[in-house]
Design a protein around this ligand. Structure first.
Ligand SMILES: Cc1ncc(COP(=O)(O)O)c(C=O)c1O
Length: 377
């Protein structure tokens, strides 16, 4: 259930307040005109919530991934390993660095398969990017061990699972660096936006400078005379987005709590059926954003999807947006040799259905939905 469902007067008031505080929309400077620094405040609230040493607000999850990869030193000629159930953005960020995306299959968690990861590592591997898809953690215990043994940094793409945990730590703060997305469909939203989390000062420093044309924010000088040592780009979040983000992040725990009620209502109804459910790794807490199962019978699968659409639940990525989330279909970005290796993922995802958990749908409606699915089975 995305945060957009909960947008109300609080977000409206937060944005309007900026107009009475001087209407400065830029994160830096204009000190005489303004009363607040919303981007800085949003970063501080977020890093406290996620229990991370550093956080940096940026324009999107995609730019967050690109900046984090750059901070890890990814360059042309390097390889970066990520997974086959994903969103194209991760692969685009790798390509944008001039590096080669290496895609490994998923396992029954529908996230990165640690065995495939191990086989894919070469001397050129510069980073590993597990992606916590649709509310559930990847097998971080195994992935972190492989990465540690091979001394390769881990960038967690947590764009889809903000609030989920591994060993009681928030995802995105488990590897060397992590990213979240605040786009309109995500757990919490600022319209467009993203954030980078890390406990590593050097990574943070690089990210902060890179996302702001190399500005070092040297306290000895005004911004116009600031020092610099790298070139970067402009991936800065605006004050308007941050004002909304500050309201939305307070709703995160409520979103997860409400998701869980709906998820459990449908799951408990259908868990003993012939459906094969997505595995949730041990020692992890999901955010109950989506319920995914495999239904191998084509005719029953079709009937379930039809029911979901008829009742206004729809599906989440599987099957409605499979071509943007299954790397098997990315022949514009990957070689045919790479794609051939991803048949396992295609078969797994093509036979799966992802049910979105919506707040606008009542808790009891998920129980009724479960009953109707049982009738089809
Ligand atoms: C797994 C994953 N990574 C990255 C992104 C990119 O995030 P954004 O839309 O904020 O650029 C998304 C967004 O859909 C995503 O789902």
């Amino acid at each position: 259930m995305p945060g957009f469902e909960l947008i109300n007067n609080l977000e409206k008031k937060a944005v309007n307040k900026i107009f009475s505080e001087g209407a400065v929309f830029f994160a830096h400077g204009f000190n005489k005109l303004r009363k607040r620094f919303h981007v800085r405040e949003f970063e501080t609230i977020s890093k406290k919530k996620m229990r991370s040493k550093f956080s940096l607000a940026v324009t999107s999850g995609t730019s967050a991934t690109l900046i984090a990869l750059k901070a890890l030193g990814v360059k042309p000629g390097d390889e970066v390993i990520t997974q086959s159930f994903n969103f194209i953005a991760t692969v685009e960020a790798i390509i944008e660095c001039g590096a080669k995306p290496v895609i490994v299959n998923i396992d029954d968690t529908l996230n990165m398969c640690p065995r495939d990861l191990k086989k894919a590592i070469t001397k050129k591997t510069k980073a590993i990017v597990p992606v916590h898809m649709l509310g559930v953690s990847a097998r971080m215990k195994e992935i972190l061990k492989i990465a540690k043994d091979k001394k390769i940094p881990v960038l967690e793409d947590n764009c889809e699972s903000m609030g989920a945990k591994y060993k009681k730590k928030y995802l995105g703060c488990v590897g060397d660096v992590g990213v979240v997305s605040y786009d309109y469909g995500k757990t919490i939203t600022t319209g467009e936006g993203g954030m980078i989390f890390t406990n590593n000062k050097k990574i943070f420093k690089y990210c902060r400078e890179y996302h702001d044309h190399g500005h070092e924010l040297n306290p000895k000088y005004p911004r116009g005379m600031d020092t610099k040592s790298i070139t970067g780009f402009n991936y800065r979040m605006t004050e308007l987005q941050a004002a909304i983000g500050k309201v939305q992040i307070k709703k995160l725990d409520y979103i997860i709590k409400e998701n869980k009620k709906r998820y459990e209502n449908i799951f408990n109804k259908i868990k003993d059926s012939s459906l094969e459910f997505r595995q949730i790794p041990n020692n992890t807490d999901q955010i109950f954003d989506t319920l995914i199962f495999k239904c191998s019978n084509k005719s029953k699968r079709k009937k379930i999807v039809k029911l979901l659409n008829k009742k206004g639940f729809g599906t989440k990525n599987l099957p409605d947006a499979i071509k943007w989330h299954c790397a098997y279909y990315w022949d514009h970005a990957l070689t045919s040799k790479q794609i051939k290796k991803l048949k396992k993922t295609k078969n797994l995802l093509e036979t799966s259905i992802a049910i979105p958990i919506w707040l606008r749908k009542s808790v009891s409606s998920y129980k009724s939905l479960g009953k109707e699915i049982l009738k089809i089975l």
